[in-house]
Design a protein around this ligand. Structure first.
Ligand SMILES: NC(=O)c1ccc[n+]([C@@H]2O[C@H](COP(=O)([O-])OP(=O)(O)OC[C@H]3O[C@@H](n4cnc5c(N)ncnc54)[C@H](OP(=O)(O)O)[C@@H]3O)[C@@H](O)[C@H]2O)c1
Length: 351
């Protein structure tokens, strides 16, 4: 499968080839020489079968024109390195990359959470590290097969540069040529904060055991998310962070919209439910596979921020405890919370 490098095509390495890494790398392989770097079993599957990507309204893509590797050393010589490991693995990923990157290599974090770009900058001094954001959901549906379950624009930081063309422009151009809807933003801290507020649903979804569309379609679960978001909005405001608008509804209005009756919610925020029937949060996937979740960089971020400013965040704090319990259960056996009981539990925590 490895191909002869074409000097006219950008060279892109993806460190952490799971759901998001395989999706971005697979798309970009249309216009770039892509190397996916991931775990041996997953990379062997891709080497054997090629990569299959599916998504709403998209033709099935079968991609064989990419290279796979299991060592960060394969990023040597890349123009771009996309980091798509889970947040718990970011510092280690930076350590692994540090000895291999050429000085001009640009690194982009396409991870959730607020601090991954800063962790990469600290571990890769001298390299330009850009923050990115993937709005849609991707799940592994089988060996070497990944499905995009919702939509939205990928966002990438474009720092200031002479002539208006910042360092993200080249990657954005390649992404668009490959059919990825990617926009450059100059307000990535706000974008990441808005995404964090949305990602507070990951824990609610994981504990519900339901597909995202079913869970978000039920008012009690949405009310759980609204409790978390209200605490999050207050903590971010105290920290002077203004969540950017990244969807149809401004972030500050979202808790109110989430609390609407199901029919009205569907009418006002229909886009939020434009999700494949089977799509689930990656935190649900982590619990099913017995992996550590990203709860510390999602609800944990809000609790830490609130604590710093003397604000309460009891709903987020209780969700951390419930996800910890679920992490301690055998894979696939975690307690499934109904909407009314989860809402009552969070309400009790909030007093
Ligand atoms: N999935 C989604 O729908 C979605 C959507 C938007 C944003 N995100 C964010 O995107 C990031 C990636 O999520 P994901 O769902 O794609 O995670 P994922 O499926 O777990 O993919 C990450 C992969 O990287 C591997 N890995 C970790 N460290 C590595 C290393 N040093 N070298 C090689 N491989 C390594 C992991 O293996 P092990 O599991 O064995 O460690 C895993 O296979 C997260 O921050 C997530 O919150 C996800």
């Amino acid at each position: 499968m490895p191909t002869t490098p074409d000097p006219r095509r950008p060279r892109i390495a993806v460190l952490g080839a799971g759901s998001i890494g395989c999706h971005l790398g697979g798309m970009l392989a249309a216009v770039a020489d892509v190397t996916l770097i991931g775990r041996p079993a997953a990379m062997a599957e891709i080497e054997r079968l090629g990569l299959t990507l599916t998504g709403p309204g998209q033709a099935r893509r079968e991609i064989r024109d990419l290279a796979v590797a299991t060592d960060a050393g394969a990023a040597a010589g890349a123009d771009w390195v996309l980091v798509t490991v889970k947040s718990n693995d970011t510092a280690a990923a930076a350590r692994e990359l540090a000895d291999h990157l050429a000085p001009q290599t640009v690194v982009a974090s396409f991870q959730n959470g607020l601090h991954n770009p800063a962790l990469l900058r600290a571990g890769l001094p001298g390299h330009r590290v850009l923050a990115g954001m993937v709005p849609y959901n991707v799940v592994r549906t089988g060996p070497a097969a990944f499905h995009q379950g919702s939509g939205g624009q990928v966002m990438l930081e474009n720092g200031p540069a002479a002539g208006g063309s910042g360092p993200g422009a080249a990657l954005a151009g390649a992404a668009r040529a490959a059919g990825l809807d990617l926009v450059l933003r100059r307000d990535m801290p706000g974008v990441q904060a808005a995404k964090l507020l949305m990602n507070l649903n990951n824990a609610v979804n994981a504990l519900s055991g339901l597909p995202l569309r079913d869970q978000l379609g039920r008012r009690d679960y949405r009310a759980c998310l609204a409790l978390c978001q209200r605490e999050g909005v207050a903590a971010l405001r105290a920290a002077g962070v203004r969540p950017a608008r990244i969807g149809a509804v401004p972030p500050a209005w979202m808790p109110g919209v989430l609390g609407l009756p199901d029919g009205l919610f569907r009418r006002l925020a229909g886009a939020a439910l434009r999700i494949d029937a089977q799509a689930r949060s990656s935190m649900w996937e982590d619990l099913e596979r017995g992996r550590r979740t990203e709860i510390d960089t999602l609800q944990g971020e809000i609790v830490a921020l609130a604590g710093r400013y003397g604000l309460p965040a009891p709903a987020n704090a209780r969700l951390i405890e419930l996800v910890r319990d679920a992490e301690a259960a055998a894979p696939g056996t975690a307690r499934r919370w109904g909407g009314p009981e989860l809402l009552a539990e969070l309400g009790r925590a909030a007093g």
